[in-house]
Structures are given as C-alpha cells and as structure tokens.
Design a protein around this ligand. Structure first.
Ligand SMILES: [Zn+2]
Ligand SMILES: [Zn+2]
Length: 336
C-alpha cells in the first residue's frame, strides 16, 4: 500500500511505499551484471513489457511482450516495475489536515535504456537516446490519458549514490496523483509575467545564461548551462531555446536534437569527472492543467557528495564548486 502524506507546515509531501525492511538493509548492494534482470535473456524476471522497441534498418517498430513470449533483439523495453512506489489499485482512503493523507494511485514504469550492461552511460549514443526518449514520450502520453494522473515524473537514477539498485542503465516513469511542489513552484514563478506581459521568465533566463560564464554548450535549438544557484557540484540544465511547454508533445525532430545534446553532455561529464553517479530529471508542464505551465527542461545532478544535516534540516544546500567553475570545465570537454 502506497500513500502520500503532506507535511504539517508546508506543501511538501512524502510518498510511503511499505518496502520490506530486509530489502532496505540490502539497498546498498547493487545488482551487478551476473544476475541482472535488465540484461537480454533475463526478460522473464521483469515480466512482460508492454512497449518494446525494435530497430530494423533504420526504422522503429513498437511491439509488446506476450505472457510467456518475450520479444528478442529489442533496443528499448518499458514495463511495470515490480517494486512500484505507486499502484493503480490503492484503496481510496483519504484523511484531513493536519494528518493529511491520500492514496498514491499511479503507475510506475521502468525503461531499460539499451541491451548493453555498462556503468558508463556515455556509451549510449545519440541515436539510442532518440529511441529511449521516443519510448518515454509514448508511455507518458498513455499515462496522461489515465485517471488520477496529475503529473508524470520522468527520472533516472544512475549509480548507488543516486539511488539506483540495479547497475544496468534504466530510467523510470511514475505517474502521480498530485503535481509535485517543485513543478508547482516553477508554474507559480511563470504565471504572472506570462499572463500580464506575455513574457516567459524562463525564456529570459535561457537568453541571459546563453551569454554568461555558466554556459556549457549549445545546439541550434538547445542550450546547456550550470544554473546560477546550482545545488549540486557540476549540476547542469538543458533547455529548449524557444518557448516550449511540453516534453511529451515535443516534435520528433526536436527529440533527435535533444538526444544529441544529452549524449554530448554525459560525455563531457565523464571526460571531466570520470564515471559518476547522477540523476537526470525531466521538468515538464502537467498536461491536464493548462493553468500550470512551465518551459520544459532537463536537469542533471551528479551525486558526488552525501547531503549533510544542514541541508536535510534546513533545505539550504551547500555546494563546494561555483557553477562558473563547473561550467568552464564541462565546456572544455563538450564536443562542438
Ligand atoms: Zn544488465
Ligand atoms: Zn519560455
């Protein structure tokens, strides 16, 4: 049983998932190649995938596994996570403030990024990223057509420090019954200037950062920079340069250009720091609420340090590297 409980004082919430205690103890032990459920040949461990991409002579086919018959030679697989943090069949039990609680209704998907079991994500090329992002868009669209879905969260945990339990590169898609506070905050920041002056403040930020010391790289339609108040060392964001509100509805041409910059960004990260743990997250507008629009983007947080008491208790982040210094090093390794 999963449920969402809201904080006494603020809008932040906690997702309770009832994981078994013995599993919590073992969390540090990452599943390595030898018994990897995401490696080809082990599809029976994860169970059937409802979206399997096959790439043949440059064209993509979308298939699905049958009960006991698994599609072979796949390029990307998406299936429901057996250790889901939300579930479509939660009991509909709610309670009121100050003990606010609601059921965590939703779907939790895993997307395996390729057949290759590697800890070096820079080995995943831009063409493969296009296959991955196409799968993510496809699943996200379906999720937004379901009931009780207010937001679809897309994120990647890579490496144990970033919360990954399995070494094989994968990302996750979780539908949530409420819009996460961070997206609410971004939408709130956007709302007034957008409504009153028709100006997107995120477009303004993108324009300014393009010519700042925090710029890392750009392509025709994207810009990559280290944010002004980076919370993590070597954190960087990738933004479309034009005003775009939806990652889910972003064009195929845009996706292939995005794939290229994601690949190059991870390559520059690896060249700069070696193979490191990181989280990659997508921030996009909630598709059902046109009143909560943001300028969609991707945020990447290398996880080089453990959060300290000050950070956990006060939400004040400590970062030992200025974004200008981080950007300079990353830019040097960013292939033009
Ligand atoms: Zn594997
Ligand atoms: Zn914008």
């Amino acid at each position: 049983m999963s449920k969402v409980r809201k904080d006494y004082f603020s809008e932040s919430f906690v997702l309770f998932t009832n994981e078994k205690p013995d599993k919590i103890k073992k969390l540090k032990k990452v599943v390595k190649k030898k018994d990897c459920p995401y490696c080809p040949g082990n599809e029976h461990i994860t169970g059937p995938a409802d979206l399997v991409l096959i790439s043949k002579e440059g064209t993509l086919a979308k298939l699905a596994d049958e009960d006991e018959s698994f599609v072979k030679d796949w390029t990307v697989r998406a299936f429901l996570n057996k250790d889901a943090i939300v579930s479509p069949d939660e009991e509909r039990i709610f309670s009121d403030y100050p003990q606010y609680s609601e059921p965590a209704i939703g779907y939790h998907y895993v997307v395996v990024l390729s057949q290759k079991h590697t800890i070096d994500v820079s080995e995943i090329g831009s063409e493969q990223w296009t296959n991955i992002l196409t799968t993510v868009q496809d699943k996200s669209r379906w999720l937004y057509s379901q009931k009780h879905v207010s937001y679809v969260a897309v994120y990647m945990n890579h490496g144990v420090e970033a919360g990954a339990e399995i070494e094989h590169p994968h990302l996750q898609i979780v539908s949530l019954p409420t819009v996460p506070p961070v997206i609410e905050a971004e939408a709130k920041f956007m709302k007034k200037p957008l409504r009153e002056k028709g100006i997107c403040p995120m477009c303004v930020i993108v324009k300014e950062e393009e010519s700042s010391k925090r710029i890392i790289g750009k392509t025709e339609n994207f810009v990559m920079f280290a944010p002004w108040a980076s919370k993590h060392p070597y954190e960087y964001w990738i933004f479309p340069r034009q005003h775009e509100v939806s990652f889910v509805k972003f064009t195929q041409k845009g996706i292939s250009e995005l794939s290229e910059i994601i690949h190059k960004s991870i390559e520059s990260l690896t060249k700069t720091l070696g193979i490191v743990a990181f989280n990659l997250v997508v921030h996009s507008s909630p598709e059902k609420k046109t009143s909560k629009q943001i300028h969609w983007h991707i945020e990447i947080y290398p996880r080089l340090e453990t959060k300290t008491g000050l950070e956990i208790s006060s939400n004040i982040q400590v970062n030992k590297i200025l974004p200008e210094e981080a950007a300079k090093k990353l830019a040097k390794n960013f292939q033009k």
